[in-house]
Design a binder for this molecule. Structure first.
Ligand SMILES: O=C(O)CCC(=O)C1=CC=C[C@@H](O)[C@@H]1C(=O)O
Ligand SMILES: [Mg+2]
Length: 346
């Protein structure tokens, strides 16, 4: 731990030079069935380390400082490996993008039977009525599933109070980042309590995009935290953050390929408590994945260490390989992130 209580990046683990990281690296572009996070293609750089394949895939709009944490996660995965698991079965949720009601059944079916469903809400250009209709359809089709929503901080305070009052009747396990900012979450929790709306609040962006990932817990602004391995700088650091936050955690993907999902599974497998299904089923959102055995949920679960670490399939790598300009762009990006990481992790 540092003086601030924030676990350090890589904590003394060796950071290879960029040339070593990039030796054997390949950028893939995985097409998606449905638009998600404003895109239908997810690019990822895969690195080949001595401990296994690793993923470096910060979202395209992220700068070097933020991307440095994603690189730390790749260094850990490819060059050092992960802590030992305490469980091997990881329950996962289906993730329903902000689709039309008519498409909800198709999306749910692509995940198979799952114990929980996360529904995206607050999409630009849509209204709360459409969110309520989508959630109602999920509830109709999966009456027994735990149900959570994720607004990606799109709602303002009043919209969130109104939307959560309307959605609470469907039995929400929690609402993920309904509004922006730690103060925003704290104010919303108070308003919900005052209105008698019983919905727990999970922080996502207020953990992974804050300079201090513990600030939201310290402020008492959330009931639980969503943790993602790449944005938080690796499995070890995410474990430290959950421990220091003292809140229950839901492990979720960053829309990674199977290579990155394996790190999420490793985190979920080594958390002392795992009371909720994890958002790690997102390989089902891709039309094709690079791995020989894609990490898609079976009977609502992923299994840690089942088939060893994911290995890209040669044919899939050739099919999904991004163009040379994108290979160059990502290599350059990794070098910029490395420059930040080598300073930060010093
Ligand atoms: O948690 C899940 O069910 C799937 C992952 C997921 O929703 C996300 C992955 C990547 C980027 C984000 O927009 C989004 C999220 O906000 O949690
Ligand atoms: Mg989220």
């Amino acid at each position: 731990m540092t003086e601030t209580g924030i676990p350090p990046l890589l904590d003394g683990l060796r950071i290879p030079e960029p040339d070593e990281l990039l030796d054997g690296a390949v950028v893939v572009a995985q097409p998606m069935h449905t638009r998600f996070r404003g895109t239908t293609v997810r690019e990822a750089m895969l690195l080949r380390g001595p401990a296994g394949w690793a993923e470096f895939s910060p979202f395209p709009d992220y700068g070097p400082a933020e991307s440095a944490r994603w690189l730390a996660a790749a260094v850990e995965a490819g060059w050092h490996g992960w802590p030992s698991p305490v469980r091997d079965r990881i329950p996962v949720n289906a993730t329903v993008p902000a689709v039309e009601v008519a498409d909800v059944g198709r999306v749910l079916d692509s995940f198979g039977e799952v114990p929980a469903v996360k529904v995206k809400v607050g999409e630009a250009g849509q209204d709360v009525g459409q969110d309520v209709a989508r959630v109602a359809e999920v509830r109709r089709l999966r009456p027994a599933a735990a149900l959570r929503i994720d607004a990606n901080q799109a709602w303002d305070h009043d919209t969130a109070v109104d939307a959560l009052r309307r959605l609470a009747g469907y039995g929400l396990e929690y609402a993920e980042q309904p509004v922006a900012g730690i103060d925003g979450l704290a104010r919303l929790r108070e308003a919900l309590a005052a209105a008698g709306t019983d919905v727990r609040i999970a922080a996502d962006e207020s953990v992974r995009r804050e300079t201090d990932p513990l600030a939201v817990a310290r402020a008492g602004a959330a009931d639980l935290v969503v943790v993602k391995v790449q944005p938080l700088g690796g499995v070890r650091r995410a474990l430290g953050i959950v421990e220091a936050a003292g809140l229950d955690a839901v492990v979720s993907s960053a829309l990674d390929t199977s290579v990155g999902i394996a790190a999420g599974v490793a985190l979920a497998a080594s958390l002392p408590r795992l009371p909720h299904a994890c958002g790690l089923g997102t390989v089902a959102l891709f039309t094709e994945d690079v791995a020989q055995r894609p990490l898609r949920p079976r009977a609502g679960h992923l299994t840690a260490g089942d088939d060893g670490r994911p290995v890209p399939d040669t044919g899939a790598l050739a099919r999904l390989r991004a163009g040379e300009d994108r290979q160059r762009w990502w290599r350059q990006r990794l070098r910029a992130a490395w420059a930040e990481l080598s300073v930060t992790a010093d």
